[in-house]
Design a protein around this ligand. Structure first.
Ligand code: 13P
Length: 268
């Protein structure tokens, strides 16, 4: 099955009004209209900049993502949190959930990741759910055990929702090995493919149709020089890009690599 690739830029806690304006201008002028038709492109700035970037991105057909969302479905006394409804109101279409930095630095649990997924889905946001193992876990042969645990927690939460597992069809998954994030050390295409196939297999044991349609992105030191070989893997449907999304030229080149990957899939 042909899946439309996604390239999402996670700006993390970088940016300023001036830097964002020049980055967005560079990205929008560099993206070919054809690439935008073939690839779903998403930009995820820090919360405070989302509203002002929204009109420009929307008119260029580029998605706007947040980097986190509150798990509470109803607004209330949750100082510092941002509700899914608020993200929708300022124009967000996507939201990153369970990034390893949030899991490691802010103690986010699998259970919380599940609840955040439900709160995003409830208002029509597309969750980009991140999973990934530490180097010690890979080194001791526990990669699949760890990923299976992270993913099963999300599936279990979806099961508890009236919509059930159908919600997963509206999610994007991202495999981000923690040891590859910001380290310059990328997973090999073979390593990425193995894990992506494992993720799809695990979903398939619950719902074969969703397993075929859900997009699974790779994240971790993706650069213009390695994007194409990663995106050519049959179960890699694009990337979640950190550092390279802060350079317009690099981000545009990575989108172009995803477009080439998608052409390859559709022609063969
Ligand atoms: P890098 O591309 O900087 O390794 O970051 C990946 C990432 O964490 C994207 O969410």
């Amino acid at each position: 099955m042909r899946r439309r690739p996604v390239v999402a830029g996670n700006w993390k806690m970088y940016g300023s009004r001036a830097a964002n304006a020049s980055l967005v201008a560079g990205v929008l002028s560099g993206l070919a209209p054809r690439a935008l038709r073939n690839v779903e492109v998403v930009v995820c700035p820090p919360f405070v900049y989302a509203a002002e970037l929204s009109p420009q991105l929307q008119s260029a057909n580029v998605g706007l993502g947040a980097q986190d969302v509150c798990a509470e479905a109803v607004q209330g006394a949750f100082t510092g949190e941002v509700a899914a409804t608020m993200l929708r109101e300022v124009g967000c279409s996507h939201v990153i959930i369970g990034h390893s930095e949030r899991r490691a630095l802010y103690a986010e649990t699998d259970e919380l990741v599940g609840r955040k997924t439900l709160s995003a889905l409830a208002v029509g946001l597309t969750p980009i759910i991140c999973v990934g193992e530490l180097w010690e876990e890979r080194d001791s042969g526990r990669t699949y055990e760890v990923l299976g645990h992270q993913l099963s927690a999300v599936l279990q939460t979806l099961d508890s929702d009236p919509a059930g597992l159908a919600g997963l069809d509206r999610c994007i998954l991202a495999y981000e090995p923690v040891w590859a994030i910001g380290t310059g050390r990328t997973a090999t295409p073979g390593q990425a493919q193995d894990v992506h196939a494992f993720i799809r297999g695990l979903i398939s044991s619950r719902d074969a149709k969703i397993a075929q349609s859900v997009r699974v992105l790779y994240g971790g030191s993706v650069k213009p020089s390695n994007a194409r070989e990663l995106f050519e893997m049959s179960d890699v449907d694009g990337g979640l890009i950190g550092g390279a999304s802060l350079k317009a030229e690099d981000f545009v080149a990575i989108v172009a690599a995803a477009e080439l990957g998608s052409e390859r899939t559709s022609c063969c």
